[in-house]
Unconditional design. Structure first.
Length: 204
């Protein structure tokens, strides 16, 4: 069973990323209901489908069964052990093409220096997966430093308890970068598969 059956792609089941997008698509009045800028960018640039395809690729879901053998939720256990995180970068390359790249065996404690040059041009210069890993990791690591530490800590805590991975999403534009963080948890009852370490680009 491939990613086409992933619960990330079935929007009958809740997850934090779908909920954030609903704030953009169906705004709720009030200062406390402002959507994360990363999801505003995703909706504005029609990248919703690419986002959820990326989640299906990089955060494969494993069922958690309730007492009655029904699936109560889906989690994405870290393939290489504790400390793994999903990193996804979505943006437009210099030609204006919408692209997404990421992986599921990054280190949650990644850090990086200020990015040099255009990310997508740098990605095209990567010779192998190791080069991609270092570029993606350092880029996310740099922008993580400016993201709310409370939200990062809370997400990591939830993921430790649930034995699932945190997802770091970076919407990268030539003018700005917006980050969102959330746990790889989907509610509901839907078939999915569980795969292993992966890195690369996603297309729709």
């Amino acid at each position: 069973m491939g990613t086409s059956k992933s619960s990330w792609l079935d929007h009958r089941y809740d997850n934090i990323f779908l909920n954030e997008i609903s704030f953009v698509e169906d705004p709720v009045p009030g200062l406390n209901n402002q959507p994360n800028e990363a999801f505003v960018w995703i909706c504005k640039n029609k990248a919703k489908r690419l986002l959820f395809k990326s989640l299906a690729e990089f955060a494969p879901l494993f069922p958690v069964y309730s007492y009655h053998k029904e699936i109560s939720s889906w989690l994405s256990p870290p393939p290489s052990g504790i400390g793994n995180a999903v990193f996804i970068i979505i943006g437009k390359d210099p030609t204006g093409k919408l692209r997404s790249v990421g992986g599921n065996y990054f280190n949650s404690n990644a850090w990086g220096e200020s990015p040099q040059g255009n990310f997508w041009e740098n990605l095209s210069c990567c010779k192998n997966e190791q080069d991609q890993y270092h570029l993606i990791s350092s880029t996310i690591g740099f922008y993580k430093k400016n993201h709310g530490q409370f939200q990062i800590n809370e997400t990591e805590r939830i993921c430790d308890i649930a034995c699932t991975m945190p997802i770091y999403l970076l919407a990268l534009d030539k003018d700005k970068a917006c980050m969102a963080v959330g746990p790889a948890i989907v509610s509901g009852n839907h078939p999915a598969d569980f795969s292993y370490e992966k890195i690369g680009e996603v297309t729709v």
